[in-house]
Design a protein around this ligand. Structure first.
Ligand SMILES: [Zn+2]
Ligand SMILES: [Zn+2]
Length: 424
């Protein structure tokens, strides 16, 4: 029998309403007990001064295996997750080939198991080959372990497809996760449309292209009763739409990224067209950032996710117009949001932990994100006061496209336990 005691940590487990200094006793990879009186263990971690949370979950990650293993593999991606404090992640299906059948979902589980580093939950494609035409074999994907359905990287263009996908997904109680973007309005835009794009002479991506799709999807979620999750919400009006939909009792949830919470389109100008500020959805304005923060604070936005999107240096080191969209984020998420949101009192540490544990777990319907007795002993230890500078050259990810390089941050995951095993 292997046992582990995490002693005197500040345990925050929003799912079980735990918020106190106490001990966690782990036996054979499961949470055995929580309380001040614990039995002796084979190994003890002194967590005095540290926050102890359920293992963090990043529900929006792009691993590039299969297809672009030079940018990320399931092994390097899970190493990156652990280094950032995440014990679980959900990966998007836009690999090559796409995760659009049972075997491809099973492949993800197999590779993740081989890596032994973090739990990986595949999101299956909504349409075959993510082509937006024919709906995928959602039942098969579910059997293969898909925890949601998305064509992320691209929107689901056809409203009819969204409607049917929402209908089918009710059978499995899994969400349709949409990347909301009207491609006709986007054209070949590279940054958010507004005063900055005009000044820079770049083709803009109008915020309304996101808002139209958010509205369409909410209307279809209402019609069907299916579960809708809005990926990487980025505009004020989109937040307003989700807030109203929740008030109306529609089954909609939303996630936001650290970069949309902390950066604006001005970065494209001040960085002199650094392509690490080229993301989709694009960085918006200050009033959008404020609305996203307000949405997170009042519970309109449920989750913070990285939208970790690795690209090679060759791919990114080109003109702004032609560079691919996307930045990596698993190893910068926690310090950035601790520094900018928690230390600056935008949200509480409890809200942050919920947005990274039980909220994504509930949306995906996975038995993670809690320290309930009997649960898998996935635990993250956080030092709220550790000051450091983000240096992507030290990341475990294979890629380096991180706009947070050089940021002075306060807070870090300093311990990660997966199934009772100490990984950091
Ligand atoms: Zn997307
Ligand atoms: Zn994405």
């Amino acid at each position: 029998m292997t046992t582990l005691l995490i002693k005197n940590g500040w345990v925050i487990d929003p799912a079980n309403k735990i918020d106190k200094i106490t001990n966690i006793f782990i036996e054979n990879g499961k949470i055995k007990s929580i309380g001040s009186k614990s039995p002796k263990a084979n190994k003890t971690i002194d967590a005095k001064g540290l926050i102890v949370t359920p293992g963090l979950i990043d529900m929006h990650v792009h691993l590039r295996e299969p297809g672009k293993e030079d940018e990320e593999t399931i092994a390097s991606g899970t190493a990156s997750a652990i280094n950032g404090g995440f014990t679980s992640l959900a990966c998007m299906p836009n690999t090559d080939p796409a995760i659009d059948n049972e075997a491809s979902a099973e492949f993800v589980y197999l590779q993740a198991k081989r890596s032994g580093k973090a739990n990986v939950f595949p999101v299956g494609a909504v349409t075959k080959g993510r082509k937006g035409e024919e709906i995928s074999e959602m039942g098969q994907l579910f059997r293969g372990g898909a925890v949601g359905f998305s064509d992320d990287g691209a929107p689901i263009k056809s409203a009819e497809v969204v409607r049917r996908a929402l209908e089918y997904s009710k059978m499995f109680d899994k969400p349709i996760i949409d990347h909301c973007e009207d491609l006709d309005l986007i054209r070949d835009g590279t940054m958010s449309e507004g005063s900055v794009s005009v000044k820079l002479g770049l083709v803009g991506m109008p915020p309304v292209s996101e808002e139209i799709m958010v509205y369409r999807d909410i209307a279809l979620a209402k019609l069907t009763g299916g579960k809708l999750h809005i990926a990487h919400i980025s505009t004020k009006r989109a937040v307003d739409l989700v807030r109203q939909a929740k008030k109306d009792g529609i089954k909609v949830t939303a996630e936001v990224t650290p970069h949309h919470l902390t950066m604006t389109d001005d970065c494209v100008k001040t960085s002199d067209f650094n392509t690490n500020y080229k993301v989709n959805p694009p960085l918006r304005t200050k009033s959008d950032v404020e609305a996203l923060r307000a949405g997170l604070k009042d519970g309109t936005i449920d989750v913070i996710a990285s939208d970790h999107a690795p690209h090679s240096e060759e791919e990114k080191d080109v003109e702004f117009n032609v560079a691919p969209f996307g930045i990596i984020g698993m190893e910068s998420l926690l310090p950035v949001v601790l520094t900018e949101l928690v230390h600056k009192k935008v949200i509480t540490i409890k809200q942050l932990v919920a947005a990274l544990t039980i909220n994504p777990a509930k949306i995906l319907g996975i038995s993670k994100g809690t320290l309930s007795i009997g649960a898998d002993a996935d635990v993250t230890l956080i030092d709220l006061n550790k000051e450091w500078v983000i240096d992507p050259t030290k990341f475990k990810s294979k890629s380096r496209n991180c706009p947070f390089a050089g940021w002075k941050v306060k807070g870090k995951a300093v311990g990660v336990i997966l199934n009772g095993q100490i990984l950091i």
